[in-house]
Design a binder for this molecule. Structure first.
Ligand SMILES: Nc1ncnc2c1ncn2[C@@H]1O[C@H](COP(=O)(O)OP(=O)(O)OP(=O)(O)O)[C@@H](O)[C@H]1O
Length: 360
């Protein structure tokens, strides 16, 4: 079958409103819920939540391929980039990807080719890549994963001599208000951009930054979508490949839009659990604050900082000792006092296997 950009309908992307509507309603409700929940958090928790979600987005989107990123470096670079915006000196790759993420979330429209070139340079800061900061100058094909050992061509992207024109039509559409909601616009923008594949490399990552940009025009996404994409990359690739069809006088993007809305809803659901975890943590400390000594509070806060999966593992006397740097006797005394206060529950297993669970 000829590539989609050879279709007479290119680049007229459309979708079946009736089929998409229930998915849009459900993802919008979930986005509304998480946004409301986050807005209601105390200032410092809201900042902590945002920082964690942005760092997660950078790790998931920009870490999918290539040079691995260090989580703590990323967080530090995001904090610096949020504080200093444009004046922040870029010396490390983490600074560059944090700057790219901030730019995607703060660049006012309309988006220009030069801004995309700048994003591309940031993405490949310190890495050698052909045609960095410009449209690619060679033909490009997307082939089935090398893991399968095959070289099946999944998609042939438009040739270099038409990228300038294709991108200018795309950017013009992006700047216009079609009266569609941000999730639909973000889905179409991503699919369209990936279908052009204008860069030599990094099209997935710049395309996901574009999603951030689209949402930010009317209120930045308060959670990480790429984490959800990363969880089921196969479905993402499949949706891109199969989610655009020729028919009904348009390039029918219904399947991709539906996949996108579902991924968005699942990402929002996951983030809602994280925000609820923060609320439960706050309630825990409010309830027991008066009964905790400084050491107990520090240990428990350290555990909560590591998230729900760590909290669910509970804490043994040995770990308590390790975190607090105290003696075995003090650790046991602290833990028993926490149990007596009702902040911890002791497991059935005794002796060295004793674990204390948090009552939160
Ligand atoms: N069949 C397809 N049609 C169009 N785009 C596709 C298709 N399959 C995958 N893609 C997109 O192409 C991206 C890969 O392109 P490229 O290697 O240029 O991007 P990247 O950012 O370097 O990679 P990655 O997203 O894996 O980090 C995928 O992330 C996805 O967004």
């Amino acid at each position: 079958m000829p590539p989609i950009w050879k279709s007479q309908h290119w680049p007229n992307f459309g979708y079946d409103h009736e089929r998409v509507e229930p998915f849009l309603a459900s993802s919008s409700q979930l986005i509304g819920e998480i946004t409301g929940l986050v807005d209601g958090l105390p200032d410092s928790d809201r900042e902590e939540f945002h920082l964690a979600q942005i760092a997660q987005e950078v790790m998931s989107s920009f870490g999918i391929e290539g040079v691995p990123l260090d989580a703590s470096e990323i967080e530090a670079s995001i904090v610096a980039s949020l504080k200093h915006r444009n004046q922040h000196a870029i010396t490390r790759r983490s600074d560059a990807v944090a700057a790219l993420m901030s730019a995607a979330r703060s660049t006012p429209g309309p988006l220009t080719a030069d801004t995309l070139f700048e994003w591309h340079r940031l993405l490949f800061f310190g890495i050698e890549v052909e045609d960095v900061g410009q449209w690619r100058r060679f033909d490009l094909e997307i082939v089935r994963s090398a893991v399968a050992g095959s070289n099946d061509v999944l998609y042939k992207a438009p040739p270099p001599d038409r990228l300038g024109q294709d991108m200018s039509v795309f950017l013009k559409w992006l700047a216009q208000d079609q009266g569609v909601s941000p999730p639909i616009k973000a889905a179409l923008a991503h699919l369209w951009f990936e279908s052009i594949h204008p860069f030599s490399d990094g099209n997935g990552r710049i395309g996901r930054a574009l999603i951030e940009f689209v949402f930010a025009q009317s209120g930045a996404l308060s959670f990480s979508l790429s984490r959800q994409i990363e969880r089921d990359k196969k479905a993402y690739y499949h949706a891109l490949q199969a989610g655009r069809q020729q028919g009904r006088g348009v390039i029918d993007a219904t399947e991709f839009v539906i996949w996108f809305l579902q991924a968005l809803g699942n990402a929002a659901r996951f983030a809602r659990e994280e925000a609820q975890f923060i609320l439960r943590r706050n309630r825990f400390f409010l309830r027991f604050a008066a009964q905790l000594n400084t050491r107990q509070e520090q240990v428990l806060r350290r555990l909560f900082k590591q998230g729900p999966s760590r909290v669910e593992l509970g804490i043994s006397a040995k770990i308590y000792r390790k975190i607090s740097g105290t003696s075995a006797a003090t650790a046991t005394r602290d833990l028993l006092a926490l149990e007596a206060a009702g902040a911890l529950k002791r497991s059935e297993a005794g002796g060295r296997s004793t674990v204390y669970w948090m009552s939160y």
